[in-house]
Write a protein that binds this ligand. Structure first.
Ligand code: PEP
Length: 245
């Protein structure tokens, strides 16, 4: 049985004061529900001190290197030293604006795992690929390459997130059936890459304009194990409603 996981991606939003207010609101809204919020690097240290125990802090990116002359980068070692539990890897915005290839994503997954940080590995197709009905082979390649040389033992610690690019920040959500089709396809692929037990245990989140009004229909699908939430994670009430959906 997979427990539902809802992860917030604050992206490049909030000043430190706004971030503190948002965490304080989440502290109030949430009782015991477990959740993860992936916040800007600059806020990790402060928010870790004031959040309740059921809220885990995640990062939105990780360097492909552990240390050295990589100006402006943040490494797995640094994130570990702040007790960061999760990191988003391969978000489509990083693939698009920072040229992150599947190979880079794979290296970042390895760095996260080396430090015991759970990578939330994002994948998903463009609107063009979907319209041409080429999304499944594209996703298969993304996942195979992101998980290249990741052992079964390491894979146990990974979370996957299907994020169709056409649904991110657009207000347009994949229908539950569209998302379920991809999630089932990916679970089947994971069985081939690893085995049935590991595939059944793996959490596959859906991301793309998830809001209180569409979350519960998505969560009813057999292979949708939660959500990666961008815009709606910036409002404590909306985010809590999604967690409770
Ligand atoms: C995201 O950034 O991962 C995301 C899914 O954003 P939104 O919920 O705003 O579409």
């Amino acid at each position: 049985m997979r427990n539902k996981l809802v992860v917030g991606n604050w992206k490049m939003n909030t000043t430190i004061d706004e971030a503190i207010a948002l965490i304080n609101n989440l502290n109030k809204e949430l009782d015991e529900q477990q959740t993860v919020v992936c916040v800007p690097f600059t806020h990790i240290s402060e928010l870790s001190k004031i959040k309740k125990a059921n809220i885990k802090i995640g990062a939105q990116n990780i360097s492909a290197h552990s240390n050295g002359a990589y100006t402006g980068e943040i490494s797995n070692v640094m994130l570990k030293s702040l007790s960061v539990a999760y990191v988003i890897v391969g978000h489509s915005e990083r693939r698009e604006y920072h040229n992150e290839t599947n190979e880079v994503v794979n290296t970042k997954v390895k760095r996260a795992l080396e430090s015991g940080i759970t990578p939330i590995i994002c994948f998903g197709e463009s609107l063009t690929l979907r319209k041409e009905n080429k999304h499944l082979p594209f996703i298969e390649k993304q996942i195979k390459e992101a998980l290249l040389n990741i052992s079964a033992e390491e894979f146990k610690q990974c979370v996957l997130a299907y994020e169709p690019i056409w649904a991110i920040g657009t207000g347009e959500t994949a229908t539950p059936a569209q998302a379920q089709e991809v999630h089932a396809f990916v679970r089947n692929l994971l069985t081939k890459l690893y085995n049935n037990a590991l595939s059944e245990k793996c959490k596959i989140l859906y991301g793309g304009s998830v809001k209180p009004s569409n979350a519960s229909a998505l969560f009813k699908e057999k292979d949708i194990d939660g959500a990666l939430v961008g815009g709606a994670s910036l409002k404590a009430v909306d985010f809590t409603q999604i967690i409770n959906a």
